[in-house]
Ligand binder design. Structure first.
Ligand SMILES: Nc1ncnc2c1ncn2[C@@H]1O[C@H](COP(=O)(O)OP(=O)(O)O)[C@@H](O)[C@H]1O
Ligand SMILES: [Mg+2]
Length: 454
């Protein structure tokens, strides 16, 4: 339903207007009082407003200013018996969409309003189509319309009912966690627990007791029997994130569990039967890890019977507009703002960026911009400095070839900047930041301590 408001201090002109403009799909509101008229603007949010120029209390021009301030997209048409070119120009500059001489020609006004109503309807339809597109491109919490993502969705759908173990590979921030949850919830284990073990966060010596549990007396401090994560996930799914960080000895034991569907607690000799789906994920090159003897080839083949690859954002830039819309909607709700979109310039800037941190980086970028912006449209100024650099270069590349691009800054400043940047891209995850910078985790910890970063 399109809404139109007419404000004029002469009741008879209002009657004439509402009589002659009456048409299907158009709700007409009228008021003879400008202040009450403004109240109606705020309350009803009409798409079209007809204003008399000369009224007591508030003039049409003053009202126009308030309306434009409230929503610049409202079409305001001014009407006056005292037409001058000067006021016409002033009105148009202040944001009026037309300026008509009184007595207004009713047929001309009818045509005019019919056209505006048609425009508004078309806009509403377009918005609805956008919304429908977003709905159809949503799969288990993931957004994507690119062929690569449709393929991934289709594979998840096909594999989920049948797999026992699976491996998800792909760069950081590409949605591996989401794929793991999708596999779980579409599998027969979907009603069971989803248990996550982040292998990069487990201390090496505690790995086995963490995963397999232990019996009383297995080691000093083992005062009672304890169940491990695998048994805890019985009937559900165990998600082994960053499996590339799992020690080789633990890998061997895990392989046995996958083959026999049983666990042996540390310190025990009796295996226990378990029924568990195992999903592993890594952003490292597993072939490389195998070559370096850091990953067992047999475990890889066992897991990779079902391998799902999450594509980098750079390979599917056509997903950007939908992702932008999706995140802006989310952050609008989160920050209680009404963010309607991005300016064209800002969209172009996002499209040019290479997104080394993938969706996570996009999410952080738009989250930050949504928080900072004072307008309802995000513009270039709201985006981080790093995106506005000519080539939005990756920190790793910039680090290696620091050709004194900012020679005034000390090496320390430069290095600290790279660390901060990488941490932001990795969403605060140290291991991932280390990988972006191509340095070891220990080195990352050392550097963070050096610069007092958290
Ligand atoms: N296709 C997608 N649609 C919407 N959000 C996504 C998508 N892929 C990733 N995300 C979001 O991006 C962030 C990083 O995803 P995550 O699964 O943690 O990546 P990874 O595990 O590959 O590093 C998360 O907040 C996730 O919700
Ligand atoms: Mg992850």
């Amino acid at each position: 339903m399109v809404k139109l408001l007419a404000v004029d201090d002469t009741p008879s002109s209002l009657e004439l207007l509402s009589e002659s403009l009456r048409q299907e799909g158009l709700a007409i509101f009228t008021s003879t009082d400008p202040e009450e008229g403004l109240e109606l603007v705020y309350r009803e949010h009409p798409q079209v407003v007809l204003l008399d120029l000369v009224m007591p209390k508030l003039s049409g021009l003053q009202m126009l200013e308030r309306i434009v301030e409230f929503d610049p997209a409202i079409d305001v048409i001014l009407m006056t018996a005292h037409y001058t070119t000067e006021t016409a120009v002033e009105a148009i500059q202040k944001g009026a969409c037309d300026y008509l001489n009184k007595p207004v020609s009713i047929p001309a006004l009818r045509t005019r309003v019919a056209k505006l109503v048609a425009d508004v309807r078309q806009q509403q339809r377009a918005l609805q189509l956008d919304q429908e597109l977003l709905e159809t491109c949503r799969f288990e919490g993931m957004i994507g319309r690119s062929p690569l993502m449709w393929e991934l969705f289709a594979r998840i759908r096909r594999v989920a009912p049948h797999y026992r173990s699976a491996l998800i590979t792909g760069p950081t921030g590409t949605g591996k966690d989401l794929v793991a949850t999708a596999l779980h919830s579409l599998s027969p284990a979907g009603s069971g627990r989803f248990v996550t073990c982040n292998c990069s966060a487990v201390v090496e010596t505690l790995f086995e007791s963490e995963l397999f549990g232990y019996v009383k007396g297995a080691f000093t401090g083992a005062n009672s029997d304890k169940m491990g994560l695998i048994e805890y996930a019985h009937g559900g799914t165990l998600f082994l994130d960053e499996i590339g960080d799992m020690p080789l000895a633990t890998q061997a034991k895990l392989l046995r569990t996958l083959q026999n569907q049983e666990v042996t607690r540390v310190g025990s000799v009796t295996p226990r039967k378990v029924d568990v789906h195992v999903v592993a994920a890594t952003n490292r090159d597993v072939g490389e890890l195998i070559a370096q003897k850091l990953f067992r080839e047999d475990l890889y083949y066992r897991l990779a019977m079902v391998e799902l690859k999450t594509p980098a954002l750079n390979e599917r830039k056509e997903d950007l507009p939908l992702l932008e819309k999706y995140f802006l909607e989310r952050f609008s709700t989160q920050f209680n703002k009404e963010i309607r979109g991005l300016t064209r310039r800002a969209q172009i800037l996002l499209a040019k960026h290479s997104w080394p941190g993938n969706i996570r980086e996009l999410e952080n970028t738009l989250g930050h911009a949504s928080m900072m912006t004072v307008s309802d449209v995000i513009d270039v100024e709201d985006l981080p400095q790093s995106l506005r650099r000519p080539n939005g270069g990756t920190p790793a590349a910039a680090g290696e070839s620091s050709q004194g691009s900012d020679s005034s800054a000390s090496f320390e400043d430069h290095e600290k900047g790279l660390l901060v940047d990488a941490l932001a891209r990795a969403g605060g995850n140290q291991s991932e930041a280390a990988r972006i910078l191509k340095i070891s985790r220990d080195r990352m910890r050392y550097k963070m301590a050096k610069y007092d970063l958290r």
